[in-house]
Design a protein around this ligand. Sequence first.
Ligand SMILES: [Fe+2]
Ligand SMILES: [Fe+2]
Length: 201
Amino acid sequence: MSGGLRPDEDLRARMASDVPDRLQSHIDRVVKIADRLARRHSLDVERVRLTAQGHDVVRHVPGAELLAEAERRGIDIDPVERDVPVILHGPIGALVLHERYGIDDERVLFAIRWHTPGHPDYDGEAWAMFIADKVDPHKVKRWPALQEVAELAKESLDAAALRYLDLRAEQAVARHFEVHPMATLTRNALLRRLGIASAED
Ligand SMILES: [Fe+2]
Ligand SMILES: [Fe+2]
């Protein structure tokens, strides 16, 4: 680690030559929002910032390359990931952060691995990064419904995450998008945790 830099700042400096400027601007906004959410919800700010800084390390890599890389490594590839290989920037990104950048915090790597669909075992720190990523003002501008996720996140990260996954599910139905199975498992877990799961009769 370089002297005096926080872990996320050190990682940012080392990622600079690999990540296009536009992507780093998105990452900078996510780190800022994630930091704010971490403080608001009394989370581990340093871990949240590092997760946010690393989350999109290979987001600029074309889907076909991500798919080829996943196949080369023998990663389990879900049929949805085969159809929408950009989702693989999470799992591949986590491996790259470990191998090329020496990140060894398992919780950071786990959060990054699943940052597109979320995961039932996400902790507060993972949710802070996940939600910060979804409410980047540039994304809210393109899809104003996300503003509600940003508002909910002030009170409850679980409620904000559930709203996000509900919005995605509604969009999936309306546009015939596939839903990643882990997004469904995550949504179910959040419904149960928030005590609002209701079985169809
Ligand atoms: Fe991403
Ligand atoms: Fe992102």
